[in-house]
Design a protein around this ligand. Sequence first.
Ligand SMILES: NC(=O)c1ccc[n+]([C@@H]2O[C@H](COP(=O)([O-])OP(=O)(O)OC[C@H]3O[C@@H](n4cnc5c(N)ncnc54)[C@H](O)[C@@H]3O)[C@@H](O)[C@H]2O)c1
Ligand SMILES: [Zn+2]
Ligand SMILES: [Zn+2]
Length: 344
Amino acid sequence: MRAIQLTAPGTLELVDVPTPKPGPGEILLATAAVGACHSDLHILDAPAGVFPTPMTIGHEIAGRVAQLGPGVTGWAEGDTAAVYGIIGCGRCRACLRGLENQCRTVPVGGVGISRDGGLADHVVVPADRLLPLGGLDPVQAAPLTDAGLTPYHAISLSRDALRPGTHAVVIGVGGLGHMAVQILAVTTAVTIIAVDTSDAALRLAKRMGAHHTVQAGPAAVDQIRELTGPAPDGADVVLDFVCVDATLDTARQVVSTGGHLTMVGLGGGTLRIAATVEGPPPVPMETTAVIPFWGTRAELTEVIALGRQGLLRAEVQTFPLTEAVQAYQQLRDGKIHGRAVLVP
Ligand SMILES: NC(=O)c1ccc[n+]([C@@H]2O[C@H](COP(=O)([O-])OP(=O)(O)OC[C@H]3O[C@@H](n4cnc5c(N)ncnc54)[C@H](O)[C@@H]3O)[C@@H](O)[C@H]2O)c1
Ligand SMILES: [Zn+2]
Ligand SMILES: [Zn+2]
């Protein structure tokens, strides 16, 4: 079968590999749609030894059940399913509470991150990682499993702060950010302020339900503050889907006292947090800083429900599997609006 593999650090290649066989408790899925996440670019750029090679990437997966491994029940060939990509140990305190994204035994990883993923004609996954699509189009379902789930989880962590009359700022309206705007729009009554460097992303944000858009840059803090009011007021929740120095600097200057600063992006920026007695603290007092990771299986069922109700729809640009390398280059060049989805 065809697969897009990380063959060495910095190298993605379309290769031909044997179709894997499902072991006990596993399912072979014929992939129907796989989202291209910016994290795949971070994986591609990582130094040797961080990720296994060769490894098929792709962690936003929807497909059709092609073969059941020994002992698997409850699924039949042809069923359509989305893949919950995290594989926790299933036994630690976090996993037992359903928080596999906080597993205390297995390091951060999952399908397409620490083992072969979905950018191939087929992928093998543990049967309990599959969730039924219930008629949802796989091209829509694939982005829900990460671009939808990650912001849904991040927003859920701040549910209590997202009260009517408050402001939420979304920085970076790409694959995850455009879903965040929609999730805020359909599950809260807050005023949504979207921030991006790209005009196209800001136009997308408006269509997705943002009330205000602000061009990222030196004037952004003042423009956001005009909308939220001066410190110690501000945005009750700031979601940063980029997390480079510049965006973290904006985030800390617009979050309110007692607000939530949620850092989803893996941009590697630095945020100075600790307060001193000599002047205003770099981050307002009583702020909660959160670094969310992906989401839970239970949350993914809720995200899929939003998708089935037509309340959450990814803006997608589709590509054939053979053009995956070009699709990732377009993502790197900022030419993808919403999510690129590969259709094997
Ligand atoms: N924490 C998690 O669990 C998790 C899960 C998935 C992805 N991520 C990370 O989230 C980030 C976003 O992923 P994505 O797939 O949505 O990426 P994307 O490339 O689709 O979107 C990024 C957006 O940020 C904008 N942007 C870039 N620099 C900016 C700046 N300085 N100021 C304002 N906007 C800027 C871009 O124009 C683009 O619209 C990545 O770092 C990814 O690795 C984290
Ligand atoms: Zn991802
Ligand atoms: Zn665990």
